[in-house]
Design a protein around this ligand. Structure first.
Ligand SMILES: Nc1nc2c(ncn2[C@@H]2O[C@H](COP(=O)(O)OP(=O)(O)OP(=O)(O)O)[C@@H](O)[C@H]2O)c(=O)[nH]1
Ligand SMILES: [Mg+2]
Length: 250
């Protein structure tokens, strides 16, 4: 009998994550038995690919660095080509505890995309100044477009059901910041149902942070600009939502 998770692919975009990615893969395979884990190694300069493979992941090595969006699009295409209809995105630095994955997958019973949202401060409550304003603009605008309250729109911890997987294999934005903001806008404007579930997140478990506070603030301000541009693009078409009984079996 096939495992209940046999059609679930966990995709880990990874760039120079050899310090953490091994534990990340082992934790995923233990938390979601039957699922397959694909690490998309985005032309890392360390041995991310070898470490991930040794931990039990399938590994796709990109010859040039495409960024998280390009890596995720490659992951979604890989998923569609092999018949996976659920894709969960998990960071390679250990910030997303794998025990939260079944909860996100369970949420796909009512939604096409389930975002793992950090509890506090995600909508700007704990931040100050321009950072807070940028987070507030993102949360408000995307909530309106998605017709649901979303507080953590830049979260990289997300589950995509069958309609979203097909849409994203075609259109997942590879542009700068596209992997979070624009992907949600494309999905919402195509009529997909987006929901969030609260999840715990940890500190990065090794490797080097990609951003300091100033960079993170600039990143959020650019995200607001990217949001404006995403809203001007044509809408994508997707088919009707089919019942998705398997996802409920957590
Ligand atoms: N494919 C790909 N993945 C990347 C790239 N840069 C970062 N990542 C991965 O994307 C995920 C999130 O990146 P992080 O650097 O952890 O970003 P963050 O969580 O916002 O910030 P910190 O953890 O504080 O550094 C991790 O799994 C990274 O390895 C890239 O250029 N390409
Ligand atoms: Mg991180």
């Amino acid at each position: 009998m096939p495992s209940p998770r046999a059609n679930t692919l966990i995709v880990v975009p990874a760039y120079n994550e050899s310090a953490a990615v091994g534990d990340v893969v082992r934790e995923i395979l233990a938390a979601v038995p039957g699922a397959e884990c694909l690490v998309v190694d985005d032309a890392s300069r360390d041995d991310t690919a070898a470490v991930a493979e040794a931990a039990g992941a399938r590994v796709m090595r990109l010859p040039v660095n495409l960024g998280v969006g390009g890596a995720m699009r490659a992951g979604f295409r890989w998923a569609v080509a092999r018949g996976f209809d659920v894709v969960v995105q998990v960071d390679g630095d250990g910030q997303h505890p794998a025990e939260g994955i079944p909860e996100l997958i369970a949420g796909l019973a009512e939604a096409d995309i389930v975002i793992g949202a950090r509890f506090a401060g995600a909508d700007g409550a704990g931040a100050r100044g321009p950072r807070r304003i940028a987070m507030w603009i993102l949360a408000r605008t995307i909530s309106r477009v998605a017709r649901t309250k979303l507080t953590d729109t830049t979260s990289g911890f997300k589950a995509a059901g069958p309609r979203a997987v097909k849409l994203f294999a075609r259109t997942y934005p590879a542009e700068y910041l596209g992997d979070t903001i624009e992907a949600l806008v494309i999905a919402a404007r195509a009529g997909l149902v987006i929901r969030q579930r609260p999840v715990a997140m940890r500190d990065r478990q090794g490797g080097t942070p990609s951003q300091n506070t100033l960079k993170a603030t600039l990143h959020l301000m650019r995200a607001c600009l990217a949001l404006g541009i995403a809203l001007t693009k044509p809408r994508q078409k997707v088919g009707p939502r089919a019942p998705f009984a398997q996802a409920g079996a957590a």
